[in-house]
Design a protein around this ligand. Structure first.
Ligand SMILES: Cc1cc2nc3c(=O)[nH]c(=O)nc-3n(C[C@H](O)[C@H](O)[C@H](O)COP(=O)(O)OP(=O)(O)OC[C@H]3O[C@@H](n4cnc5c(N)ncnc54)[C@H](O)[C@@H]3O)c2cc1C
Length: 490
């Protein structure tokens, strides 16, 4: 490798590696801010696949809008909405249909509504919970003990399952919370770090002692803001894009100067001789590229491979973040082929039911424009951390499994109009016990590499708004460092 010194006064080539939402949002922010400050940056975004968007992928078929990855995002964290506004996508946002904002949970093969007002882990109303057949009387009484149990006063790491068992009991965990919360992370709640995944719940315990009291008090304080009938996830807070979630990466890509994005460009590794040299970005195919700053926005395990030669210790830490694989099957039926009224947004399946699916979402009920009239578009979720072996099944076996499950659960008969199997190998990081300390250790190691930045779904939150926020914050840090280097060289 040639000896080239980093010259802060003139070189400002920035390479972003990974063209998923994180890499795109970071590149967009770098372009947006450097243009506003009139400090142009020579920006490149390298993506291994033949398209950008990463796990976000929308396809159109016969009047249906298929979401192969995410189908919506939450708006109580502002960063998704804010980015859509800056991209001119505000008028493209659509809310979930107000008609059926509830979900079901499977019990002994039947779909039972999640009690009205039950949101993730805390009930905002007691009546529907006490009347619900999802929990036995014993389970309900154990849950009510939360009203009297003392708060835990140490700050020790606790798993999500441990926390729920301690406060609400085993049955509430197995029948309600494991399927509702575990589904978001396609995770086993016994492994998930509560502090890293849902820090608002230990905060509730600290402030109110009881989760039930906290939920009831919130409902009393903000009666207008809580949808009384809503249950499960907070569906009123979710939005999608009219043409599908793929509009977001497409708009981000279109906002960048032509030639910035290079698809089919897989990075092999990044190296440099010493901290004052530029980074050399070596590609699987093609000549290496030089960069003053590099922003890694690939999956943690992929970033580990890229940095292995330069810092094996950092690579090891990145590899240690476990990932789960999953499959999302889009499946369409004529409406009259399905017996169930589909009067909700979908159903989650507790692990204790022993079924081979995690959940089914009624996408065309949630967003009616996703399917032509007289049809139903469903999404079936398979695999995750608890059933990884199912991800090895071929498409035919997955198709058969989906048909059978939908026949049993919602009375879907006959052949579906079509089925599309989307695979997400090692795409969902698991924020396991110790995650926050682990990320802090990664950041300490990263700090030894000037002008190298790292972000993505693996670190500070898995949702779309979290990834956007992390990407923009990292892009700002990168630009500030470039500006400081230029200022001290002047
Ligand atoms: C199945 C699934 C469903 C989800 N549903 C929702 C939802 O409904 N709502 C929500 O808010 N969030 C959802 N999420 C989370 C959401 O998808 C993420 O927040 C976000 O899309 C992650 O983007 P990312 O860019 O960090 O990662 P990715 O999308 O994984 O992108 C990483 C990119 O890096 C590229 N790359 C890897 N290695 C290299 C290399 N060597 N060279 C070049 N490029 C490389 C990859 O090809 C990929 O394109 C879901 C996640 C999954 C997995």
């Amino acid at each position: 490798m040639a000896e080239v010194m980093y010259d802060p006064a003139k070189s400002k080539r920035v390479i972003v590696i990974g063209g998923g939402l994180t890499g795109l949002a970071a590149a967009h922010r770098i372009h947006e801010r450097s243009t506003a400050l009139r400090r142009p940056v020579d920006l490149a975004l390298l993506e291994a696949r033949d398209r950008v968007g990463g796990v976000i992928q929308t396809e159109k078929q016969d009047g249906f809008t298929l979401e192969c990855g995410p189908d919506s995002f939450i708006t109580n964290k502002p960063w998704g909405l804010d980015l859509c506004e800056r991209l001119g996508l505000k008028d493209r946002l659509i809310p979930t249909d107000a008609g059926h904002r509830r979900s079901f949970v499977v019990r002994k093969g039947r779909l039972l509504p999640v009690p009205e007002g039950f949101v993730l882990m805390a009930p905002h109303r007691l009546g529907p919970l006490l009347a619900s057949p999802i929990l036995s009387w014993h389970g309900k009484l154990r849950m009510m003990m939360d009203l009297f149990l003392p708060r835990r006063d140490d700050d020790a790491e606790e798993s999500l399952a441990g926390f729920v068992r301690r406060r609400l009991g085993r049955e509430a965990l197995e029948r309600l919370i494991q399927p509702l919360v575990g589904g978001i992370y396609t995770a086993d709640p016994n492994d998930l770090s509560l502090k890293a995944t849902l820090p608002q719940f230990p905060a509730m315990e600290r402030e109110h002692r009881s989760l039930i009291l906290a939920g009831l008090r919130e409902a009393r304080k903000r009666p207008g803001r809580l949808d009384r009938q809503a249950s499960g996830a907070r569906y009123g807070m979710f939005v999608a894009l009219e043409g599908g979630m793929g509009e977001l990466p497409a708009a981000l890509a279109a906002s960048l100067p032509p030639g910035t994005i290079r698809t089919n460009t897989s990075v092999r590794r990044i190296v440099r001789n010493d901290p004052i040299s530029p980074w050399l970005v070596e590609l699987l195919d093609g000549p290496p590229m030089e960069a003053d700053s590099v922003l890694l926005a690939a999956e943690a395990h992929a970033s580990a491979r890229l940095i292995d030669a330069q810092d094996p210790g950092l690579a090891l830490q990145l590899r240690a973040i476990p990932y789960a694989s999953s499959i999302i099957v889009n499946v369409a039926y004529r409406r009259d082929q399905i017996r169930h009224p589909l009067d909700g947004f979908g159903a989650v399946v507790p692990a204790i039911e022993g079924r081979p699916i995690l959940a089914v979402s009624f996408l065309s009920v949630k967003f009616p424009s996703r399917a032509p009239a007289g049809t139903a578009l469903l999404r079936v979720f398979i695999g995750g951390a608890t059933q990884p072996e199912l991800c090895d099944l071929d498409d035919d076996a997955i198709g058969e499994l989906v048909r059978q499950e939908l026949r049993d659960l919602i009375g879907a008969s006959g052949d579906p109009l079509f089925m599309q199997v989307g695979r997400h190998p090692r795409a969902m990081p698991q924020y396991v016990l110790g995650h926050l300390d682990h990320v802090a250790a990664i950041r300490r190691k990263l700090a030894r590499h000037p002008r190298l930045y790292l972000t993505g779904i693996a670190f500070d939150g898995v949702g779309i708004p979290d990834c956007i926020h992390a990407a923009e914050t990292t892009a700002d840090t990168l630009l500030d460092a470039l500006a400081n280097a230029a200022a001290s060289a002047a």
